[in-house]
Design a protein around this ligand. Structure first.
Ligand code: HEM
Ligand SMILES: *[C@@H]1O[C@H](CO)[C@@H](O)[C@H](O)[C@H]1NC(C)=O
Ligand SMILES: *[C@@H]1O[C@H](CO)[C@@H](O)[C@H](O)[C@H]1NC(C)=O
Length: 149
């Protein structure tokens, strides 16, 4: 198991989505290319394909968050890791308690997940519904602009 607790926190926070307006596809990266988040709305308008690619060590995870604000609490999280033996890509939620980290959603609303490690480059891919059927409050709908954490 890749323990979440052993993870270094990578918090890539951007308000670029708001600046460029809600776009059906795009990508965020830094100048060094050390992380890339890319997304594309499927032509059916119902599902969004996402890739998250980050330079990170074997025993560490990567996550992307969708949020109504720029703080950690109340954020819809997709988190994944792959150390060459174990791998996961999971739908989670950051509660009010930062130190607790993201907890697993009882209802998993991501599909076609994959993770791949190439040296220190970790990439997770997933598809999620634009509007989630999870009405428990643990997913953010993406049919309006969100901050990407
Ligand atoms: C085990 C997992 C995690 C732990 C233990 C954790 C813990 C923390 C802690 C303690 C802080 C406050 C840091 C400080 O005050 O110096 C923080 C900040 C932050 N975290 Fe996390 N975090 C985790 C995962 C995540 C994830 C998955 C995201 C988003 C995808 C995220 C987004 C943020 C952001 C944006 C901040 C800065 C703004 C704020 O404090 O609300 N974190 N985290
Ligand atoms: C994600 O990566 C795969 C494999 O490289 C690529 O085919 C796909 O177009 C990418 N999707 C997005 C949204 O970037
Ligand atoms: C998942 O992948 C399969 C096979 O490529 C594809 O037919 C299906 O449409 C994908 N599901 C979603 C929600 O994109």
């Amino acid at each position: 198991m890749i323990a979440l607790i052993s993870a270094v926190i990578f918090c890539f926070l951007t308000s670029a989505l708001a600046q460029q307006g809600c776009s059906s596809e795009g990508q965020f990266t830094d100048s060094a290319g050390s992380y890339v988040f890319s997304w594309s709305l499927q032509s059916n308008g119902m599902y969004v394909d996402c890739n998250v690619s980050v330079n990170t060590a074997d025993n560490r995870w990567v996550a992307v968050g969708f949020s109504e604000n720029r703080a950690m609490p109340d954020t819809d999280v997709i988190i994944g890791a792959n150390d060459g033996t174990d791998e996961f890509v999971e739908d989670r939620w950051n509660s009010q308690n930062r130190a607790a980290g993201p907890s697993l959603d009882p209802m998993q609303n991501i599909m076609n997940t994959s993770s791949m490690r190439d040296g220190n480059r970790l990439t997770i891919s997933f598809t999620r519904p634009l509007v989630s059927p999870d009405t428990s409050g643990r997913d953010e709908n993406l049919d309006v602009c969100r901050n990407v954490l």
